[in-house]
Structures are given as C-alpha cells and as structure tokens.
Design a protein around this ligand. Structure first.
Ligand code: PHE
Ligand code: ZN
Length: 881
C-alpha cells in the first residue's frame, strides 16, 4: 500500500519528461506468487536535454531482479532502485538506447486490484491511473506514448486464453505444458491503457463490419458457463460501433475488439486499447438475474468504454489534470447514445437526477473541485461526479452555444488535429473556437472554477406597455481554496408559455443575447425585456437543463401547476412537478419538526393522479414524475440543520397522501400494466414495468399493501419486478412476516449468484430506520459477503452509508462508528475502494449539531489511524478541512 507522502501535484508544475519510450516490449511468465516481467524499452532522450540527465522511472512496490542497457548489465553504482523508483544515474551518451528490466510481482497477493492481479483464478490488469508502475518501472504518465509488443507465457491448463492489447500475431506451445501468445498494438498508447488477461474463460464471438468495409472480430469473455448472459452486452457493443460511425464519423481501428468480464474490479469498466476489462456486473444479464436498470447500465457502459477508443485512446490526456478531456466528453457521448437508443426525454431527466444526487453535493461540500482540477494528492480520488458528469454537461453546453453543426465541425477538427496526441482542455476548447469563430474564453471558466452557480430570477409583466421582464442575477458560491469567483457564461434555456401551453411570441428582446431559446447570461445581472407581450406568460426556465445551475425563482404556485401540466419542454414539465413536490416536502419537514403531522394540498395529490393516468405521456416519464424527491435531495434543498428522521416522516406522509387520494386510479392502472407476453429489455417495456412498480410502491402503503407486494413478489417473472417488490416489502413493511418470507425466499433461490446477492445486500442495507446498522453489521458475516470484493462492499456498506439517510445518520452515532471501523478494514486491502466509501460523510456539516459532532468524531477516528493510505488520508483531511 502506498502511504501518504503529503506531496501535492500541481498543474502549473507540468513539464515534458526528459526521455521518451518509443517501443515497449514485455514478456510475462505468469505465476500467482511470482510472475516474472521482462521489459525491453527503447528510450530516447528528448532533444535539448543534457546527456547527464538521469532517467527516473516510476515504480510501486516493485522488486528489481535485473537491469541492462544495450546488452550490458548495469553496475550497482550506475543505478538506484527502491520499490517505488528506479533511477539510471549515468545513461549512455547516445540519444537512443535499449533498457532491459526484470521485475517480479505476486498477482495473487494484490488485493488493491491495481496492476496485475487475480480475480477468480483469472490474471487481469488495471493500470489507470497509476497501476502500470506496479508491473514494471516505467515513465508512468499519460503523455508517454509507446508502441507495445506483449508476449505472455503460462501453463496451458491454467490459462488456455492469453490476451493483450492490439492484434494477435503469434502463439504456440512451450515445454512442460506451457504455451505463449504474442500481441502487437500498432497504435502508440500511454501505459494506463495497457492490459493483459490470462485464464480459462468462455467466449461469445461475433463480428462487425465497419463503414469502410473492414471486418472486426468481436469477443466477450466471461466465466465458463455464463456465455448466455453476455448476449445483451454484445448487442450493445455492435449498436455502439454503428452509432459512433453515424453520430461522430468514428470507425474502429484494430482487427479485434475484446471485452473481458471479471468479478473483482474497483470501478465499472476500463477502456484498455482493444481489450476492455469490465466489472462483470456491467456485462452479465438476463431477465432472471438483471433489472431493467442493469440492462440500461450495461448498454451505457459498453458504449462508454467503446467510445473511449477515440476520446481517450486515439486522443489521450497530457496529464491527469486533463482527466475530464476524456471522461466528460465520453460521458457526453454515451448519454447521447442512450438518448438515441431509448427515450431522449426520459434519459435527460434521469441524467439530471443523477447529477443533482451526486455532483451537486460534491460541488457544495468540502470535496468540491473544478472540472479540471489544479491540484491533487491522489489522482484516484478525482474519478468524480464533477469530472465525469459535470464534465459532460460542459460539453453539452458547448453544443448548445455553438449549435449542432458547428459542434460537429469542432469535433471533426479535434479528431483531425489531435489524433495520436496527448491533449489538454485548452486544445479542446480551441477546436470549437476555430470551427465556429466564437470566443469561449469566459465559457472556459466552467472547467476552471468549482461550485454550482446560482441564478436568482424574478419576472414582471406590464400589460399597458406589453412588456415582459426577467431579472436574472448570477452568483457562484465560494468553494475550498476559491473564495472569489469570476462571472460565468451561462446558457439559460427558456420559454414563455401562454394559454394551452403555446409559446408566447414577442417582438424584440433587449438586455442579453437571446438565440434559439437560450438567454446568454454573462454579466452579474441582466434585465431582459421582451416587448410586444400582451398577456402575462408563465416562464419556463433552464429548459432541457441547459446549464448545471441551481435556480432561485419566485414563481407563482399557479404557474408551477400550469407548467407541470402544459410545458412543451418535457424536462421542464417534469421539473415543474418535481419543484411542487419538493416545496411540499420542505414545508412538511418543518411541520414535522414543529410536532405536527403534515398536510398536503389536494391539488398536488390530484395532479399526481392525472400524470399517472396521462396516456399521452410515456410510462417511463410518468414513473419518473411519480418518484418523489429522495431523502438526500430534500436534505440538499433544505441545506442546513438536517434531521433525516424528520425528512423521512415528511416523505412518507406525502407518499401516503398521494396513495390515499388515488387508490382506485392507481389500482386500475397497476392491473392494466401487468406484463403480457415474453420479456423484452427494451426501453418501452422497461418503462411500463417502472410505472407499475412505482404504483406498487404507493399502493403498498395502504391497508393490504404488504399482501399486494408479497403477491407481486411471488408472481414476478423477471428480476425487475422481483427486486422492486422485495424493496417495497423490506423498506415499507420492514420486519413484517411478508418481508421476512420474501427475503428468505430470495436468499434461498440466489445464494450462489453473487451479483444477485448484491441486490439482496443492497435492499437490506437500505431499510430506513435505526435497526439497520445492526442488520448490516450482521450481514458482513454472511457467507456470500466478502470485504475483499468491491461489488460486495459497495452493495452492503456503500448503500448503507450513502443511500440510507436514517440508518446511517442514526442519532446516537452508531452508524458512523460502524462506518469508520469498516472503512479502515477495507482500506487494509483496497485503499481506492475505502477512499470512495469515505466520501459518504462529505456533507457532514449540513447535519443538525448533534449528528454533526458524532460524524466529526468518526472522521477524526479515521484520520488518527496509523499509516493511512494516500487515498484515504486525502479524502478524510479534505473532508475535515
Ligand atoms: N477510465 C474508466 C472509465 O471511465 C474508469 C476507471 C478509472 C476504471 C480508474 C478503473 C480505474 O471508463
Ligand atoms: Zn470513462
């Protein structure tokens, strides 16, 4: 484990390395406890660098067994090797030379899952961000692009399959039952994209013919016997390849494209050139074991990793500060893909919900950082919602500002200008400026300045002058180490909505640039005057969620109801209803704190009923509208003095009011929506299931609700319905006989299916209330649980700490104590996963004083532990700062 050195990496310190590595040839002799790695590196001194400059390579926990240059072994005084660094003190005078290194590593003992490790007897690698240095000494930084040739040797019976990046070039038998394979990747790449897989795996094969007529062999490798479960992933891969050709003109470039699913993986998946490695959760699916959400995630992540081939691999990042260059852009691309494959309107709402749930709290708390950070202590901690999700929103805004055509021209220029390079955000912005002639210098602040901007908006109508006025003021809250903020360029989508939802026309507008339904906010305050407006319109703001901002609007309740029923922009229509729900919930929260049961306006519960039954709306959209703001969403909107128990009470009261007011309507709909015919994972079918399952969630609150959910559970013919019913039983009827029975049945049926058992852990970890901490503690001893497996840890511990407000924030602090203990236990094996878990306390300062003090104690307890990893120390210290 790398312990903390306290070193801070700074963007302004970037400088090119003195040496380049033109060619990298690797030989692996695989063995669980002692794998030999022989690296032959063609090194070139950069022009202008003195011949005396030492060559300093990165390592991490390595043992050096041999070192030679141009065929001659080095003498001890010629180099200095520690586990974490190798310095060649007197490199040859020639500007180019060949360095041969031999190291030994133990994949079976690698529980951090970075570098070369074993997952269920399969050898696999994870090198992003700095894992390659755990395999051999190297210039392990993304601006060192090298051409790789990889030879893998292993016993044939243990590892019949030997894979690496690029194209296969040779293979054959060796003595003693060993065999070998050689792979060559013609595209220069950074070390973080290196991959190797060896083991016994089942294969699903297919092929794809590219736009220009080349045939690509596709392979998805899974645990033997699970091939059947890879069909959906393969289909998603072929659709992704086609879409990238159509939407971005991007063709695949190697003869083969392989995906391997492994069961121990720190993240979702990894875009290694020609050899993507996936968390098996994002590959394996059928109706019996995967929910509709799982299918949608698989489709999105398969696409995401595939799209990286151009945005990340062909054009990579100069340094890790530029991470959003590949991640934000690739998330944007996978969002667009899913929008095209499914329902654009529904996808947009889901994206915004995710952004608000994950990125907003990050941006509003102690871990806030710009989309392109300027400093880091541990880069692993910057794979964040800000870099990914906000990074994607920034790309979307570029498209909004430029328009579709100029955006595409900019992307084309990006691919043309920077193919084969390691680029920066400045390079990225420049292609759009060059392609459109626009000045994006103020817009660039979206990359450089942290914090969620707020827009305060008020409106007035002067009937006599036929003038409608919007006063808009921007502010960006202070964030850690950035107390003063500069004014941003915010593209604010809007609409003036008149009777029946029709757009209201106007003659002229002054006070801001307005084009294509977008007001360009650039100053602190704009007074935007629309002339020729006879009737007072309702104003629909941030249409399509054109900018990732918060809004403070004085909006008449009548206008909100009107927009919730009539806005022609589907996102804003959803938003209007969601705002009404949020306002009602916040009012109810205050009533609960005042000791009164909350009351809800009939108007609101009636509107919920009308939306549920509105056949002109897609079922998936109706399901999203009916799913109440989560407890964490409500907490965020309240801001300070959070008491999760009061929030839960308010939320349950509103759900009950909606259910009571709509009993017959919901029951009828619920019955009509029952799945007929065979299962299909398509978006429309998934939408119908989603609507039916949210109706179940309401109906389960009424008398006989537990029996209804139990019937739903027993008669379910797919995992979506089964998991939904189990959630309703466990969360709404915790401890009931029906809930106990369903949990036991589920366990008995799936005890040998780890991914399905994750759902069982997750559902129980999410049970609201004070008892859950004990349940979760007990479940850590369940035979299907393991502290060494990231999926298990995230399902049980991650769900409890980041998705169970009342359980985790138990008033006596027991949730926090359990959490601190567990984070430290996970850290011993896997610092990266522990650090991510630890972010669950990032909003601790918004809690009410009692919980706040207890949360702080837990953070201090983690901080006081001996030999903390760089990963965990970084998170805990920033959280406490
Ligand atoms: N680069 C991966 C992706 O977003 C994420 C990842 C980061 C995976 C670090 C593993 C380690 O597609
Ligand atoms: Zn990515």
């Amino acid at each position: 484990m790398r312990t903390d050195t306290g070193h801070v990496f700074k963007l302004e310190d970037y400088r090119p390395s003195d040496y380049l590595i033109l060619q990298t040839s690797l030989v692996f002799r695989l063995s669980p406890e002692a794998t030999r790695v022989i690296a032959t590196l063609t090194i070139e001194r950069r022009e202008g660098v003195a011949a005396s400059a030492p060559l300093v390579l990165d390592g991490d926990g390595l043992t050096l067994l041999g070192i030679a240059i141009d065929g001659r072994d080095l003498q001890p005084q010629d180099y200095a090797a520690t586990p974490d660094e190798l310095a060649v003190l007197k490199p040859p005078a020639a500007s180019r030379f060949e360095l041969v290194l031999e190291t030994e590593i133990a994949p079976a003992r690698n529980e951090a899952l970075m570098g070369l490790y074993r997952s269920s007897n399969v050898y696999c690698t994870q090198c992003e961000a700095e894992g390659f240095r755990r395999i051999t000494y190297f210039l392990d930084r993304p601006d060192i692009l090298s051409i790789y040739t990889v030879r893998i040797e292993a016993p044939h019976n243990e590892a019949p399959l030997l894979l690496s990046n690029g194209n296969p070039v040779d293979s054959g038998a060796l003595a003693d039952g060993w065999h070998y394979a050689v792979w060559h990747d013609p595209f220069p790449k950074p070390s973080y994209l290196f991959a190797l897989v060896a083991g016994a795996l089942g294969k699903v094969a297919d092929s794809f013919t590219t736009l220009s007529g080349r045939t690509v062999e596709l392979g998805i490798y899974v645990e033997p016997g699970k091939e059947r479960l890879a069909g959906y992933a393969m289909d998603a891969l072929k659709r992704s390849m086609k879409w990238d050709e159509e939407a971005f003109g991007r063709e695949y470039d190697l003869d083969v494209f392989n995906i391997v699913a492994v069961s121990d993986f720190n993240m979702g998946a990894m875009e290694n050139k020609g050899l993507n490695i996936f968390n098996d959760k994002y590959v394996l699916a059928d109706e019996e074991t995967a929910t509709d959400a799982d299918f949608a995630n698989i489709e999105a992540i398969i696409a995401h990793e595939y799209f990286h081939n151009w945005t990340g691999n062909r054009i990579t990042c100069r340094d890790w500060f530029q991470l959003c260059l590949k991640e934000g852009l690739t998330v944007y691309r996978d969002h667009e893909f899913s929008a095209d494959q499914r329902s654009r309107a529904v996808k947009r709402i889901a994206e915004v919900r995710t952004l608000r749930a994950h990125q907003f709290p990050e941006d509003q708390g102690p871990l806030a950082h710009p989309v392109r950070p300027r400093r880091y202590r541990e880069i692993n901690n910057f794979y964040t919602a800000t870099v990914y999700e906000k990074g994607s929103e920034v790309v979307r805004m570029i498209r909004t500002i430029l328009g579709a055509e100029a955006f595409r021209a900019g992307m084309d220029l990006y691919f043309e200008r920077h193919d084969g390079e390691a680029a920066t955000i400045e390079d990225f912005l420049k292609v759009f400026e060059d392609a459109s002639g626009r000045d994006l210098s103020q817009f660039a602040l979206w990359y450089h300045q942290a914090g969620t901007p707020n827009l305060t908006v008020s409106s007035s109508h002067n009937a006599r002058a036929k003038e409608f006025t919007l006063e808009i003021e921007q502010s960006v809250p202070p964030t850690p180490s950035e107390s003063r903020k500069r004014l941003m360029h915010i593209p604010l989508g809007f609409g003036l909505v008149g009777a029946g939802g029709k757009p209201v026309s106007y003659d002229d507008v002054e006070g801001a640039t307005v084009d294509n339904g977008v007001i360009h906010i650039r100053k602190r305050r704009h007074v935007v005057r629309f002339t020729g407006v006879a009737e007072r319109p309702a104003v629909s703001l941030n249409r399509g969620f054109s900018a990732p901002v918060t809004l403070s609007v004085e909006q008449k309740t009548d206008d909100q109801f009107f927009l919730a029923g009539h806005d022609s922009d589907s996102f804003s229509r959803w938003q209007a209803f969601n705002t009404l729900l949020t306002d009602a919930l916040i009012a109810a929260f205050r009533q609960v704190l005042g000791g009164k049961p909350p009351a809800f306006a009939q108007r609101l519960t009636e509107l919920a009923g009308r939306i549920a039954a509105d056949e002109t709306l897609e079922p998936a959209y109706r399901a999203l509208a009916l799913s109440l703001p989560g407890e964490a969403d409500i907490a965020r909107d309240i801001g300070k003095g959070i008491d999760p128990d009061a929030i839960l009470a308010a939320r349950e009261a509103l759900a009950l009011a909606i259910a009571r007011a709509n009993r017959e309507n919901f029951t009828g709909l619920y019955e009509r929506l029952a799945d007929k015919g065979p299962f299909s994972p398509d978006a429309a079918s998934a939408g119908r299931r989603a609507l039916r399952n949210i109706l179940l969630d309401y109906l389960a609150l009424l008398p006989e609700g537990a029996a209804l959910a139990a019937t739903h559970f027993r008669s379910a013919s797919n995992m979506t319905d089964r998991a939904a019913a189990l959630t309703v039983l466990a969360h709404r009827h915790a401890g009931s006989a029906e809930a106990q029975q369903a949990l036991a049945d589920f366990e008995a049926k799936y005890r040998n299916d780890a991914l399905v058992m994750d759902k069982w852990f997750q559902i129980q970890a999410g049970v609201p209330g004070s008892k859950t901490v004990e349940t979760v503690r007990a479940l850590t001893g369940h035979p299907a649980f393991s502290m060494a497996n990231p999926n298990r840890v995230r399902s049980l511990i991650g769900t409890f700490s980041s998705a169970n407000q009342t359980g985790f924030h138990r008033a006596d602090g027991e949730g926090y104590r359990f959490f601190a203990e567990t984070v430290l236990e996970v850290e011993k094996r896997n610092p990266q996963v522990a650090a991510r878990l630890a972010t669950a306390l990032r909003s601790w300062r918004s809690l009410e004083p009692g919980r706040q003090a207890k949360a702080r104690e837990a953070l201090l307890a983690i901080a006081a532990a001996q030999n903390l990893s760089a990963d965990l120390r970084d998170i805990v210290e920033r959280t406490l700062a």
